[in-house]
Design a protein. Structure first.
Length: 310
């Protein structure tokens, strides 16, 4: 699963909502009309001279002022490999490059451990501390999703899927997320990344989960929810599986992938079908996230070529 892509896609359409939800003090002085996403930013690793990209860098103005500042959000999906020093290195490099004050945020999305990240990097000598660098930590597994069950914030509707959800509660939480989306209509540009995020992190993996999910919804909600889905997603819904490419065994994923792609792009060649049959379960999961982006068979072929080179 491409965690980076899912989070970046979500944050791009819900950035101001995200800041308002978790950092209301920052939101109070943020001019939301001035947001500018800075692409392809990187820092040099001085040891290996390797390039490392920051996850998200946004330029903004202080409300009521002409002066600007940066917001850096670093998304980390696994505890292994994470370090507060990395946050300091990014801070130092981007501050030097852009000559603007930078507000650092670590968005930690791992399920375990639940121990809170310290949110600081220090350098000490026997006689004094020469550096204490701090950053905001948003560690999703430390948040109680019950606090957001009636939220009208789009970022909350999606990120509840990555909070501390017990396996038995997955269908209920998914139904809650979807119900909130229905109650607070939004443009397709914002809705689709949120839907993909929920589908990725709260998939219904068994018939029992699907049944439990549907029991949480009223007939009217089920009907309305279907209207929110793209044609591709609607096929899975009609078969009792939302985003069915991620459910069941490989054979089931492949079968549904063939039907969805044929419906959207027309009859598939024998060569394309053969390449699809060679995809792993994880690659079929990735296809579930990419299929709505395909506008032609050529784009599908290019995607399959990329998979074969991995």
């Amino acid at each position: 699963m491409d965690h980076d892509r899912l989070f970046k896609e979500l944050l791009r359409v819900c950035f101001a909502d995200f800041i308002k939800l978790f950092l209301p003090d920052v939101y109070a002085y943020l001019d939301v009309s001035s947001l500018e996403f800075i692409e392809q930013e990187s820092t040099s690793d001085t040891d290996a001279q390797a390039k490392r990209s920051v996850d998200m860098l946004v330029k903004a103005r202080f409300k009521g002022r002409l002066t600007c500042f940066l917001i850096h959000i670093e998304v980390q999906s696994a505890r292994r490999g994470w370090s507060s020093r990395r946050m300091f290195e990014y801070f130092a490099a981007q501050t030097q490059k852009h000559e603007l004050p930078l507000y650092p945020i670590a968005l930690l999305t791992w399920e375990r451990p639940r121990k809170m990240d310290a949110g600081k990097y220090t350098v000490d000598f026997p006689n004094r501390r020469v550096l204490e660098f701090t950053y905001d930590v948003i560690q999703l597994n430390r948040y109680d999703l019950r606090a957001y069950l009636n939220s009208d914030n789009p970022a909350a509707m999606a990120l509840m899927a990555k909070m501390d959800v017990a396996p038995a509660d997955r269908p209920k939480v998914r139904a809650t997320c979807m119900r909130l989306l229905i109650r607070h209509p939004m443009s397709a540009k914002r809705l689709q990344p949120i839907m993909r995020f929920i589908d990725a992190y709260l998939p219904l993996q068994t018939r029992a989960e699907q049944a439990a999910f549907e029991r949480e919804l009223t007939p009217k909600e089920r009907k309305t929810m279907k209207e929110y889905l793209t044609p591709t997603e609607r096929i899975g819904f009609d078969k009792g599986r939302i985003e069915g490419l991620k459910l069941g065994k490989v054979e089931g994923k492949l079968e549904l992938a063939l039907k969805i792609l044929s419906k959207k792009l027309g009859a598939l060649s024998a060569d394309v079908k053969k390449k699809l049959q060679k995809l792993t379960s994880e690659q079929l999961d990735e296809l579930a996230l990419s299929v709505s982006d395909f506008q032609s068979k050529t784009e599908l072929q290019q995607w399959l070529k990329q998979q074969s080179s991995h």
